[in-house]
Design a protein around this ligand. Structure first.
Ligand code: GBH
Length: 472
């Protein structure tokens, strides 16, 4: 019993890494690209740490060949990236810009030539500014624009990309973007954020239908939710009720319409003071409820909540969007506590059991639907040593713990097909700018040189063998 058991995954399990367009590409004004809401937001004083923005980011737009070669060296089977909408359709309407599309064609061809499967996310938060100027996600029209954009990408890349993801973390787009305002476009309007959530659900549904009309048989369409693991501080009824309200606003508001074709009754009731939900039109919940080929889950940390009256003491969490207002329409009274355990440099608690619980929950919500972990990872303050090597034992421990928990979920009957580490490389961490490093590969922000950290070497062994090497 003293030998640690080796943890192995099924041979077909897909090992990948993830990034997103605005966080890595740079080339913000090249080849016809126009600003997205993140260009505008990050160039607005006071919105991002140090005024950081993605004008150059890590220059992936010009270095994609080297980056793909590095992925191949690491032995990755798949790479999840996103498309910058305003690079391929600058006004968010009308015909595509060929130069923009060509970048993604070259990237995909480079991946395929190295035997790496592309997993393409259509929308990772970077709405064309023109569409925000026309009202953004609170406006219904934006969902139809998204469907048109999805069709355009399906036509352009459907012959070479098999795995499609409509939206990344619509929770962040709706509630960090339009309620707490810590993400672009930085609005603080609870009613607008619920409208945005609905139109994102509609965009997912319409986009899925539009994609399917263009994709060959065998293509897979999914959505990536940052379904949040919400834990009540105690079994006191008031705490359970608080947890239910947050769970509805974090999870049910998306998986209800997408997986079940309905918003949770408890959500509609608890948000009555904010909205009457009149923006949900007849037939919408059929449109949002499209058959999916897979579900993507992003997991970082759990949340621990209580009713306000049960929160006299104990450390409060700073991970619920530290904005002017809480990102929880109709539930700003709920208190967030710091969960126990170590923290990453985001201040987020490390809790692998949350990943197990999340996967088991969606195994129950959507029996038989293949699951992918489309993001999981941690930020630490990694810097090169005197020899230029970057040691990040905390990240290796984080990954080891989470992959062990994931394997346990597979044993418990979850249909998990793959795992994407967030992130392949250090990059623009949204409102935190370049301060927070999530990469398995270090990026020197002076030279933009890439250096695989020890976690990249460790993960490379996982990807090649399907077995977790022991902790160093
Ligand atoms: C992901 O967002 C993004 O997809 C990615 O672009 C980003 O770089 C990466 O993670 C790292 O941040 O329940 O209120 O306490 C994750 C954003 C982080 C939002 C955890 C919800 C917990 C909120 N999520 N957070 S709360």
């Amino acid at each position: 019993m003293t030998e640690p058991m080796s943890v192995s995954f099924p041979p077909a399990f897909v090992w990948g890494a993830a990034t997103s367009a605005y966080q890595i590409e740079g080339a913000a004004a090249e080849d016809g690209r126009t600003p997205s809401i993140w260009d505008t937001f990050s160039h607005t004083p006071g919105r991002t740490a140090g005024g950081d923005h993605g004008d150059v980011a890590i220059d992936h737009y010009h270095r994609y060949r080297d980056d793909v070669a590095m992925m191949a060296e690491l032995g990755l089977a798949s790479y999840r990236f996103s498309v910058s909408w305003s690079r391929v359709q600058p006004t968010g309407r009308g015909p595509a810009v060929q130069r923009g599309l060509d970048f993604y064609r070259r990237l995909v061809d480079e991946l395929l030539s190295h035997g790496i499967k592309p997993a393409l996310t259509l929308y990772h938060w970077d709405l064309p500014q023109e569409l925000e100027d026309a009202g953004g996600w609170p406006e219904r029209e934006t969902a139809y624009r998204f469907a048109e954009y999805a069709a355009l990408l399906g036509q352009a890349l459907g012959d070479r990309v098999e795995q499609w993801i409509t939206l990344n973390e619509p929770w962040c787009s709706a509630f960090l973007g339009y309620c707490s305002g810590v993400h672009a476009p930085g609005r603080t309007d609870p009613e607008a954020s619920l409208r945005a959530a609905h139109h994102l659900n509609l965009a997912h549904g319409l986009g899925t239908t539009a994609l399917r009309a263009t994709l060959p048989a065998g293509a897979s369409v999914a959505v990536s939710l940052n379904s949040q693991v919400i834990r009540p501080l105690s079994q006191d009824p008031a705490d359970l009720e608080a947890a239910q309200r947050i769970d509805d606003l974090a999870n049910g508001v998306f998986h209800g319409p997408i997986l079940h074709g309905a918003y949770p009754e408890t959500l509609i009731k608890a948000t009555r003071s904010v909205t009457d939900w009149a923006f949900v039109q007849q037939g919408d919940l059929v449109l949002t409820h499209q058959p999916l080929d897979a579900l993507g889950l992003n997991y970082y940390t759990p949340a621990l909540v209580s009713a306000a009256e049960n929160a006299p003491s104990g450390p409060l969490a700073d991970n619920h969007g530290s904005g002017a207002r809480a990102p929880w329409p109709g539930a700003d009274d709920v208190t967030f506590h710091q969960p126990p355990g170590e923290r990453t440099s985001m201040g987020w608690a490390v809790d692998p059991t949350g990943l197990h619980d999340l996967v088991m929950r969606y195994t129950r919500e959507a029996p038989g639907l293949p699951l992918y972990i489309t993001e999981n990872g941690a930020a630490y303050d990694d810097e090169p040593d005197a020899e230029g090597r970057v040691h990040d034992p905390e990240r290796i421990a984080y990954l080891h713990g989470h992959l062990t928990a994931l394997r346990r979920a597979v044993d418990d009957g979850a249909e998990v097909r793959g795992y994407y580490l967030w992130s392949l490389m250090d990059n623009f961490e949204w409102a935190y700018g370049y301060e927070k490093r999530f990469g398995a590969v270090h990026v020197d922000y002076e030279t933009l040189a890439r250096t695989p950290k020890s976690s990249a070497h460790w993960y490379s062994r996982v990807a090649r063998t399907g077995t977790l090497p022991p902790l160093p």
